[in-house]
Design a protein around this ligand. Structure first.
Ligand SMILES: [Mn+2]
Length: 320
C-alpha cells in the first residue's frame, strides 16, 4: 500500500510534514510519530503547523520542534497528514509548491489533492495509517513514536468508544502497548490534566446549552470573549461538543465557536444515524459521518439559525 511513499522517502532529502489548523490529538500524534522516525533515519525533516501544539500534547516527543510557517523554504517531499482539504492547511499550504505531495488521511471528504493519496475512511485515525506505513518500512517502533501513535488513536476514537473503532484499531493499540506505551500514563496526560481555564470554559459552554426539535438536537456556543475571560485557549474547546451529544434523547450536537464577529466555526456530531458530513458539506465543510465541521460567515446567532435549520431538515426529512 505504501511502496510509492517509501521510495519517495528514500529518494528525498528535505521533507516537511504539514497538517490542519486547530490541531487535535490525531494530527499531532501522527505527524510527530512520522517526524521522529524520519529524523531518526537521518533525514532533514520539519514539522510545520500554523497553530501552537495544545498543552496536553506537549509531552509527546518532538513537540518542541514544531515550527510555524514563517520562513520560505523548498522541500522535495511534503507529507500532509489527517487533512482532507488544502484550505485547512492555512498558511502552511505554501510549502506544497514544487514538492511531491503525499496525502495520508482518513477523512471521507478528502479531496485527493496530493501526487500520492493514501486515503482510508475506514481507519479510525490517521495514526493507524502511519502505523501501517512504519510496519511496511520495517521500522521497529520505540516507545516515544508508539506514544505519539497511541495518542493519535485514543483521541480520534474518543477513547475507543466511537463507531470508527474496529478490531484493527485494537490490534494496533495492542502492538503499541507492546512497544512500551503505558495506557494509564497517556490517559493521565491527555484526559486528567485539564487546566483551570478549560474547566471554566466548560461551565460557560454548558450555560449556553440549548435544545431543539424535541430534544434531539443540542447547540452550544462560545465567543472569543468567553475564551479570553476564562483564561483558556482556542484549542480548549476541542471535545466540548460531547456534552451536547451525550444526552439520551440527542441525535445531533452542534457547537459554534466565534472566530471573529463575522466568522464562526461550527462542529457537528451525530450518534446513530445522521450523516453530519452531508450537513457540513452544505456550508462548504466536511469530515466524517459522525463528526464534521464547517466555517460560516456570520454572527454566532446567524450561524446557529442556519445550522439548526439544516440539521432539523436532515432529521425530519428522513434524509440520512
Ligand atoms: Mn483524524
Amino acid at each position: 500500500m505504501f511502496s510509492n511513499v517509501i521510495s519517495k522517502i528514500q529518494e528525498s532529502k528535505n521533507i516537511a510534514i504539514l497538517s490542519h489548523v486547530m490541531p487535535d490529538g490525531d494530527n499531532i500524534g501522527s505527524s510527530l510519530a512520522l517526524y521522529n522516525v524520519l529524523h531518526a533515519m537521518g533525514k532533514y525533516v520539519k514539522y510545520i503547523l500554523d497553530d501552537d501544539v495544545p498543552k496536553i500534547y506537549k509531552f509527546l516527543k518532538g513537540s518542541e520542534k514544531v515550527q510555524k510557517p514563517e520562513k520560505e523554504e523548498k522541500f522535495d517531499l511534503v507529507f500532509v497528514l489527517d487533512c482532507g482539504d488544502r484550505e485547512r492547511l492555512g498558511k502552511s499550504a505554501m510549502y506544497l509548491e514544487g514538492a511531491t505531495v503525499v496525502v495520508i488521511d482518513h477523512h471521507i471528504s478528502n479531496k485527493y489533492f496530493g501526487d500520492i493519496n493514501i486515503v482510508n475512511p475506514k481507519a479510525s485515525a490517521t495514526g493507524e495509517l502511519i502505523y501501517n506505513l512504519l510496519v511496511e518500512m520495517d521500522y521497529k517502533l520505540d516507545i516515544k513514536a508508539a506514544e505519539c501513535l497511541y495518542t493519535a488513536i485514543v483521541t480520534d476514537t474518543g477513547q475507543f468508544q466511537y463507531s470508527n473503532t474496529t478490531d484493527i484499531t485494537h490490534n494496533i493499540a495492542g502492538e503499541l502497548i507492546k512497544s512500551g506505551v503505558v495506557v494509564a500514563d497517556i490517559s493521565n496526560k491527555v484526559y486528567q490534566s485539564n487546566p483551570k481555564g478549560k474547566v471554566l470554559l466548560i461551565k460557560e459552554a454548558l450555560e449556553s446549552l440549548e435544545f431543539f426539535n424535541n430534544d434531539t438536537i443540542t447547540c452550544m456556543a462560545l465567543t472569543q470573549e468567553q475564551i479570553k475571560e476564562t483564561g483558556s485557549v482556542d484549542s480548549d474547546t476541542e471535545n466540548l461538543i460531547n456534552f451536547g451529544r451525550d444526552i439520551d434523547s440527542v441525535e445531533v450536537a452542534v457547537f459554534i465557536k466565534e472566530i471573529t464577529k463575522e466568522k464562526v466555526k461550527a462542529s457537528l456530531r451525530s450518534k446513530n444515524r445522521i450523516d453530519v458530513c452531508k450537513i457540513a458539506a452544505k456550508f462548504g465543510g466536511g469530515g466524517h459521518i459522525r463528526a464534521s465541521g464547517c466555517t460560516i460567515y456570520g454572527s454566532v446567532e446567524e450561524a446557529k439559525k442556519l445550522i439548526i435549520n439544516a440539521v432539523q431538515q436532515q432529521i425530519n426529512g428522513g434524509d440520512k
